[in-house]
Each structure stands twice: as C-alpha cells, then as structure tokens.
Design a protein around this ligand. Structure first.
Ligand code: ADP
Ligand code: ZN
Ligand code: ZN
Length: 799
C-alpha cells in the first residue's frame, strides 16, 4: 500500500498534512491535486509527499485525482513547506499561492443506484422517495435530495442506503468559474440592392461591413461607425448581416502599438554591472545581486539585457515591479524588447485573463513574466533570473496570511532552482544594503544618471525651514521659495510636480473650544474632510458622515479644519497660481473611468502645468518637461513611532526628487519641512545614500533593530479592549514560560501594548513584538489561540 501526505483545503488543517491511502490502480504522484474525504466533507488537496508508511494508523482513501498530471513541481512543493514553516501560515494557504487562478472549487456529491434491480418492497417510505428521485441509470445531486427531504434527513437516508449497498455516492468538482471568453462578431451577407427602405445608418453599416470582407468585432464596428445595436439588429432581420460568437484569447498586452526595441550601447558603469550578471548567469549557481543605481541611471536597460542573456542560455525570467509601477509604459519597455514573449500578471486582470496567462506561462510560451508581488509564484519553467525592481518597496510584503515577502520567497526559490536574483533600487532597503556590504549579496553600482545625457547632474535640492516661514508671518501652504519657483517654472513654460502624501482636504477636525477631535466610530483614527462631496471620511474603513455644524462634544460652532491634504493643496494652488492648469493624482481620483493612464497622458501631453499627488507621483514618472518638484511637507512619515520612519522618509524624498530634471532644462527640488536638520531629509537633499546609510545603520545597531536582529509581531484582535489586554498579558507570560522551559535566550518581548491603530472596524488591537533570532522556530510549536495573528519580519509596526 502506498500513502500520501496531503495538504487539505480546510481551515481546520492548519499547518499539517493528513495521511491518505492511495487506492490500488490509482496513479497518484507528488504535487498532484486530489479529492479527499475530510470529516463529513470531500475537499481538494495537494499531495506533498508519498511514502510506504502512513503518519497515522487509521487512514482513509483518496477519492480521485483532479488533474492527471502534478499541478506543482518539486521546487514549488518545498517552497510551500518553507512558506508555511517560516511564516507560520496554514499549509494550504501557502499551496494556494501557487495554484492556477480559479482552481479552488468545492466538490459536489452525487447519488446513483448501485444496481438496476432493487426490490423496494422492503424499504420504508422515505427510502423509497430517495430511490424515486434518482433517474434510472443517471445520478442526482445530493443538494437536490436535500431540497426535497431536508438536509439532515437526506444525508442520513443516503448513508443508510449506501450501507445496504443500494446506492453509491460519487464526487465531482463544482462548476468552473472561468469560461473561454467570447466576443460578438458581425459580417455582412446578401445584396443590399434587393432591400428597400433602409435608413442611412443601416446602409452605412452594411457598406462598412462589406468593405471589411471578414467578420469584424461588433465592439469595434460600433465604435467606428457610431451605429447602435438596433441598427445592426435591423440588418440581421433583413438577412443582410449575421452575428456570430467567437472565442477570443485574453491578451493583456496589445502588441500592435508597440514597436520592437534593440539593446542600447551600455555606459561603462552599466557594462560593468551587466558583465557581473552575465558571468554569474554562465555559472548558473544561485546568487543575489543588489543593483544600486540612482534614479535615471539606466537600471531597466540592465534588466532587459540580463533577461536577454538568460534567454540565450535557454532560461526564462520573472520580473517583479510594485503594483503601482506596473503601468502600460513599464510593460511596453519589456514587451518591446521581447515581442510576444512577455506575460503580465497582476490583480487588475480579470480572473479569466489570469487563468489564460497562467496556463500559457506553464506551457513555456513566455521568456519573461512581469507582475506584482504574487507573480513570483508564476509557474515559469526553466527559471534562470528573477528581477525585483524597487526592491525596498513595502508592497512586496503580503499584508494578510501568509505574510510572505516576495524578495525572501524569490531568494528561496532561486536557491531551489539555481536561478539568479537581481534586486534593483535607487534607495535599497537598509537591510539589503547591509547584506551587500557583508558580501551576502553582490553589490553593483550605477552612480550616475544617463538621462538627459550621460553624467547629467541630479537635481539641486533646497530645504525650506517652515518654522522660519511662520516667523516671517507666512501661514500658507507654500513657502516663499516654493511660490517663487512655481511662478518661474510656469513663466518658462515648464512643468511642476507637487507632492503631499495625505489625501483629502483637512486631515483632521478639531473643536477650538474644547479640543475635541472628530474620530471614526469604529476605528481609532481622526476623520478627514473630503471635498467636493463635503463629507468626513475614515481612511481606514471608509466610513462617511456629513460634516457637522457644531462640535459633537460641546456644541460650539468653532470647528477648525486642520492639516492639509491633496484636495486642500489643489484649492490653494488654484488660488495662488490662477494661470496654471492643474491635475490631481491620488486614489480618490482613480475611480471607474478616470484611470492612472488618463491623468498621466494628460500631463504628458502638457494639458496641465502642475501635477498634484500622493505617493503615486513619486513612483517612476519620467517626464522631461518637469523641472520643479515641490515636496509640500516632508514630515508626514517622519514622526511615526516606527524605527523605519527615517528610512521611509529618505526613500520617499529620494524618489520624488528623482522626478525632476529628466529633460534638457535640468531641474530643482524644494523640500518643505519643520525638521530641516533631520538626517534623512539632509541626506535626501544631497542625494547621499551613503551618509544616510551610515547614520541609519548606526541607529539600528544602537537600538538593536533589524538587520541586527529579527522581529515578529503578534497581534490580538477583539471587540473588547480589556479582553485584548488580558489575552496579550497571558500570551506574554506563556511565551516567557516557553522560553524558560526550552532554555531559549536572546529573545525580547516588547509590550503588550495597544497597536498604533488601537481600534479598527470596531475591533480593538493589542500587540506583542518579539525581537531575536530564529523567531519562527521558537513560535512554531505554539498553537496560537483564535484571535491571534503572527507577522514574521513585519515591514511596519504602525499598521
Ligand atoms: P532607472 O530605471 O535607473 O531609473 P531607466 O532605466 O528608466 O533608469 O533609464 C532612464 C532612461 O535612460 C531611459 O529612457 C533609458 O532608455 C535611457 N537609457 C538607459 N541606458 C541608456 C544607455 N546606455 N544609453 C542611452 N540611453 C539609456
Ligand atoms: Zn467642542
Ligand atoms: Zn473607520
């Protein structure tokens, strides 16, 4: 007898596999998807291992295989185990990351007669009813029996009939949610001269279709001719046209408008970096490179040429970019170099598109897969190179279970497959740079810009001390210096980006008389005012309420709208620079019709002089006419109680500053702040990563933070605050006892303390932060009670 260790799709399965017997004659392999009995249910599972001895004595049998071939290869099976062990995640959650889109389905139970000649006379009425509902040689869904007889009754009746050998159960997976995509095509037939009384529109459509000769998509025909469906229907009724449904392959990239590109001649610095990658690719041993290149230094060209090199060696690549940077422009740069050989995976694709891309990737149809975080799990065969652009970005960390970091997964996967990892950033994460300094990663550096010309200087940066503005009587959003610079740029017919990392108009509303701050009823955060709807909104849960006329606490009318967001900045900009046209770009604007692309295109086409925005404007915009970038407040991320706040500020400022001066007119950056002496701001203003890093790593060492240690965050959530506190204290005690019992030292426990956002969507949150080595190993045997979540290597402690 053979046995299979199966990861089962049930929350009750948690981090373990279950042993099942493989029935004789069933071809079951490792990595195969199967149906297994689990309690009363039949569930999907994936075979992680086969063995000749079961882990438990009493095993049930695998019911059936779902796919004839293994769905996960050996590398991905061990990656699954690692994710579950390291991030302490339920095993099937880790498996699910790697399954094809839409794969998870429920099994449906059917009942059929076990033999044709059943003597019903010995049965009682209810049992007879069941048999009557089964169509002769066919089968009936258990659901249908449940509807007719009641849920409990149906299943007990079926069980007894099965025991008597009169009926049999069978299982089948529920309906596939993804179907081939169909499109309506239309073509003309017949002779129009035979028809009279056609409207001019009908005639026009007929001629359009006749000229085309072949069937055309109705959507396209409608767009070009401006005819409505009723016009086409009229033609069809008169026998002059026919509609047909055609299967179309979902293709996220439209190559028609992309002209192929050829490799650029590399600068000496680029060449040196590329040579290092190239020789590592020849060795085909796993290795991690960190490419540190200032904004506009030509990192992407190195990615492209490295991918080409991998392809020459018969390998394929995966490229990860932050979701927000996965714009048509980015995709185009890759698609132009590898025409029809690039797949795209991201969450904005429909499930159907994801499904098609996944299966084509698996068949080896693409040299390059480009996508956001989860694209690391794309089933790319012959993986030779994994590129992670903007490796410092937090979006690479999943913010629900499993809390994996795509970079850590990539390095693990590379170790399994022998692929190379290439991390790129203008502002590498301090922990990554530390590893590069230590030799754990290999450091490659591009110190100079290639745009607009090789060795072009980075933009000049001026820091404005907003305390001085206050002293001089300037209470406005704009310092005198920024105002002046904006006016100059407008006069010179240049473009300006204004950056403010806060949405809304006022970011909090306070009563002048009693000091009361309006807060969300369900979350412990201040409400922000949003215009033009003129509502107060919670940025955590989306709760909206009208702006009150009086203070809810003391009924005073002196409500003060404080803290400016992008909407307020927009108003102020219109007021101060009436001659300039402006665009706003933040997540409030991005609704239904107005997409990122629309705003970007408008700005590119110079339909506005000033672009106002949140982080979105900081990422990867490359617009040559931008000569001025104004950071309206550098302080938004500076004062958060998180040891990474300095690093975040430095990264954000460096990125925004990198948007200026990509054209022939150079550029300048003005940073407004109340903390001009802060090292992160100072270093960003000098484009000085090295000095920022020196200061930051010294602080990390001094306060014993990563990379000198590791963190795990344990969060408890409950509707009652006292319960949270009690549970957190209990957990701390338990952890301390566990350490003592297992003789483990060197782990600190910080807390318990309320989380930075103490209440979210009506539930209170308390946390414990563990600091020390090997935290997964320490926590692994502890079965955390309901209500707890663990985040290993959290990227933020203020969420
Ligand atoms: P980064 O990703 O480092 O910010 P990019 O790769 O976007 O920089 O490069 C910025 C611009 O420089 C792009 O328009 C790119 O085509 C151009 N570029 C890169 N390398 C070269 C080169 N060797 N010669 C000429 N232009 C280059
Ligand atoms: Zn009040
Ligand atoms: Zn809320």
């Amino acid at each position: 007898m053979r046995y299979a260790e199966v990861s089962v799709n049930s929350p009750a399965a948690r981090r373990r596999t279950f042993s099942y017997a493989v029935p004789d004659g069933m071809d079951v392999r490792e990595g195969q998807a199967v149906l297994v009995p689990f309690g009363e249910k039949v569930l999907q599972g994936v075979v992680l291992e086969l063995s000749s001895v079961p882990a438990v004595e009493d095993t049930r049998e695998i019911i059936d295989v779902i796919t004839p071939d293994p769905i996960l290869s050996a590398h991905y099976l061990s990656l699954t185990r690692w994710i579950s062990d390291y991030y302490l995640a339920p095993l099937f959650d880790a498996v699910a990351l790697m399954l094809p889109p839409g794969f998870e389905r429920r099994a449906v139970t059917f009942v059929s007669l076990a033999r044709p000649d059943i003597d019903v006379s010995s049965l009682h009425d209810d049992q007879r009813k069941v048999l009557q509902l089964i169509p002769g040689e066919g089968r009936v869904a258990l659901k249908k029996l449940e509807k007719a007889l009641g849920k409990k009754k149906a299943s007990s009746l079926v069980s007894s009939l099965v025991r008597q050998g009169l009926v049999a159960r069978s299982y089948e997976l529920g309906p596939v949610r993804i179907k081939p995509k169909k499109e309506l095509y239309i073509t003309s037939i017949g002779d129009i001269s035979q028809s009279s009384k056609l409207t001019p529109k009908q005639v026009a459509l007929f001629h359009f279709l006749t000229e085309k000769k072949v069937p055309v998509s109705w959507a396209e025909a409608r767009k070009i001719t401006g005819c409505s469906k009723s016009v086409a229907d009229a033609l069809v009724r008169r026998g002059l046209a026919v509609f047909q449904e055609v299967d179309v392959r979902r293709e996220p990239i439209s190559y028609d408008n992309i002209s192929p590109s050829t490799p650029l001649t590399l600068t000496p610095a680029q060449q040196a970096a590329f040579d290092a990658v190239k020789s590592a690719l020849h060795k085909a041993a796993p290795d991690v490179f960190l490419l540190h290149g200032v904004t506009g230094s030509g990192k992407t060209e190195i990615y492209l040429q490295s991918l080409a090199e991998a392809v020459r060696r018969g390998k394929k690549g995966i490229v990860l970019v932050p979701e927000i940077a996965l714009t048509p422009q980015t995709i185009e740069r890759f698609a132009a170099r590898f025409p029809r050989r690039v797949a795209v995976l991201h969450s904005r694709l429909s499930l159907g598109e994801q499904y098609d891309e996944w299966h084509r990737i698996r068949r080896g149809e693409f040299d390059v897969v480009i996508g956001s975080r989860s694209a690391i799990f794309a089933p790319q065969p012959d993986l030779g190179l994994i590129i992670i652009d903007e490796e410092h970005e937090w979006t690479y960390k999943q913010d629900n279970s499993p809390y994996y970091h795509a970079r850590a997964v990539a390095i693990r996967l590379a170790g399994l497959t022998g692929a190379l990892v290439l991390l790129g950033s203008a502002t590498p994460e301090v922990e990554s740079y530390f590893k590069a300094q230590n030799g754990e990663y290999k450091l490659l550096t591009l110190p100079e810009r290639v745009v607009p010309t090789a060795g072009a200087p980075l933009p000049r940066v001026e820091i404005v001390d907003m305390r001085e503005e206050l002293k001089a009587g300037n209470l406005g959003i704009f310092s005198r210096s920024l105002s002046h610079a904006i006016n100059e740029a407008i006069v010179a017919d240049e473009q300006v980006i204004l950056f403010l990392n806060r949405r809304g108009a006022a970011t909090f509303i306070q009563c002048r008389r009693c000091g009361f701050v309006l807060r969300c009823r369900r979350c412990d955060v201040p409400l922000a005012q949003h215009i033009p709807e003129d509502v107060l909104t919670c940025h955590q849960c989306g709760y909206k309420t009208p702006v009150p006329q009086v203070c809810p606490n003391c009924s005073s009318r002196q409500l003060k709208f404080l803290g400016a967001g992008t909407q307020k900045l927009e108003q102020e900009t219109r007021f101060n620079f009436p001659r300039a046209r402006q665009l706003r770009w933040d997540s409030d604007i991005i609704t239904g019709r107005t997409s990122h692309e629309v705003i970007l295109q408008k700005f590119r086409r110079r339909e506005a002089e000033i672009l106002i925005g949140t982080q979105m404007v900081a990422k990867g915009l490359d617009i040559p006419a931008v000569t001025l970038v104004g950071v309206v407040s550098a302080d938004t991320s500076l004062n958060l109680p998180d040891f990474r706040s300095g690093e975040r500020t430095f990264q954000l400022l460096s990125q925004v500053a990198g948007r200026a001066g990509r054209g022939p007119h150079g550029g300048r950056v003005i940073i407004q702040t109340f903390s001009p002496e802060h090292y992160a701001i100072q270093a960003a203003a000098r484009h000085d990563y090295a000095s920022f890093y020196e200061q930051e790593i010294a602080y990390r060492r001094q306060f014993h933070n990563p990379p000198f240690t590791r963190l795990a965050r344990l969060l408890f959530v409950h509707t009652k605050d006292v319960t949270c506190q009690r549970e957190a204290e209990k957990m701390k005690k338990r952890l301390l006892e566990e350490m003592a019992a297992r003789g483990i030292g060197g782990i600190d426990i910080i807390g318990p303390a309320p989380a930075f956002i103490h209440r979210l969507r009506g539930r209170y949150r308390w946390q414990l932060v563990l600091r020390g080595p090997e935290l997964s190993t320490f926590l692994s045997p502890l079965d955390l009670p309901h209500g707890w979540t663990v985040d290993i290597d959290p990227v933020s402690l203020v969420q």
